[in-house]
Design a protein around this ligand. Structure first.
Ligand code: ADP
Ligand code: MG
Length: 331
């Protein structure tokens, strides 16, 4: 049976990547980083727990991708560029086929973003993946949650809701959602496409960087648009008006009835899109940032001085905002 050190060497250690900011990588008591002089280090951690964040028996390669993607999404939401990450991994047995798949998904995305694996910890236990990511950004340009201003336009990247649709279909949890009987059956191709959004999210790193100096506040949408927007509103001490029908539904969710579309755009979860605010005078600059980063951006509302979320449909009728996901609240 391979030892812990054999596993680390075989699946997670690679030749030095040539990034001068990585002074020392895997193999010593600590890694050493040399961030670009004058830059700010952005640090974030995210954990994926079997049975909570992914199904038991989930595809290892996709899991490797997703574990890093959700962390890179946090960097994106700050406007930071990826630098390096650590991996703390607890796994039930040294399953080499699983490790080969997991590390290939993980390291392929790391390479795509020039983000080096510089260390971690490996132990036996229930499957649990914890990544800490390090990024950097110039002083004064971080897209903080407390920086939204009344009058700002409110934007969303990409599309929303297809991950939630895939989750519902894969869990077959029609009973859990009163609205699910409304869903027409999904074709195999549509299910596959929606499942890609759930299992292989795309962190909006290039957009986050392109929005430096343009956007005021940003957050990544992991628990659902309404809930994550609420964090921005609370920290910025303001409110928002949102046109629920302007929210960009994913291509598969778009084929669904309007009520479902709205609900899962508002409070789906697992979207890993950016929600951000920018002054109206920079409307064209936001569109240009979207274009430059190859990312769709959609204006969905505005920030108000009065607190709370005011939700309307495309005709201006007021709607009730749905509750958001909370790990210790509803499940
Ligand atoms: P320590 O003596 O600090 O516990 P370990 O024996 O856990 O060190 O790890 C040896 C080296 O391998 C360290 O540099 C550590 O950062 C790295 N490492 C351990 N697990 C992983 C992993 N899953 N991915 C990447 N590097 C790892
Ligand atoms: Mg250790």
């Amino acid at each position: 049976m391979p030892s812990e050190f054999d596993l680390i060497k075989q699946y997670f250690t690679r030749p030095p990547c040539g990034d001068a900011r990585i002074g020392l990588g895997i193999g010593d008591d600590c890694a050493l980083l040399l961030p670009t002089p004058g830059s700010r280090l952005a640090v974030s951690a995210d954990m994926l727990v079997e049975g909570r964040h992914f199904f038991a028996g989930a595809d290892a390669e996709s899991l490797g991708h997703k574990a890093l993607a959700v962390n890179l999404s946090d960097l994106a939401a700050m406007g930071a560029a990826p630098l390096a990450f650590t991996l703390a991994l607890s796994l039930p047995s040294p399953d080499t086929a699983w490790l080969a798949g997991f590390s290939s998904g993980l390291l392929a995305l790391a390479d795509l973003h020039g983000c080096s694996l510089i260390g971690g910890d490996t132990t036996r236990g229930p499957l649990n993946i914890c990544i800490t990511v390090f990024g950097e950004l110039p002083a004064g340009v971080a897209l903080r949650r407390d920086a939204a201003l009344p009058g700002d336009e409110l934007w969303v990247s990409g599309t929303l809701g297809d991950a939630r649709l895939a989750l519902a279909a894969l869990r077959c949890d029609a009973a859990a959602d009163a609205i699910l009987p409304l869903i027409p059956p999904l074709s195999e191709a549509d299910l596959q496409q929606a499942a890609q959004r759930l299992h292989r999210p795309t962190p909006r790193v290039a957009l986050g960087i392109a929005l430096r100096g343009i956007a005021h506040a940003a957050i990544d949408i992991s628990d659902g648009f309404a809930g994550d927007l609420a964090h921005v509103l609370a920290r910025s001490r303001c409110g928002a008006s949102v046109d629920a029908d302007a929210l960009p539904a994913g291509p598969i969710l778009q084929k669904m009835p309007a009520a479902l579309r709205r609900d899962w755009c508002m409070a789906g979860g697992d979207d890993y899109e950016l929600c951000f605010t920018a002054p109206p005078c920079l409307h064209a600059a936001v569109l240009a940032a979207g274009l430059a980063s190859g990312t769709r951006v959609t204006r969905v509302g505005r920030i108000d001085a009065a607190g709370g979320l005011r939700l309307s449909d495309g005709d201006g009728n007021m709607l009730q905002a749905p509750p958001s996901f909370d790990h210790f609240g509803n499940s």
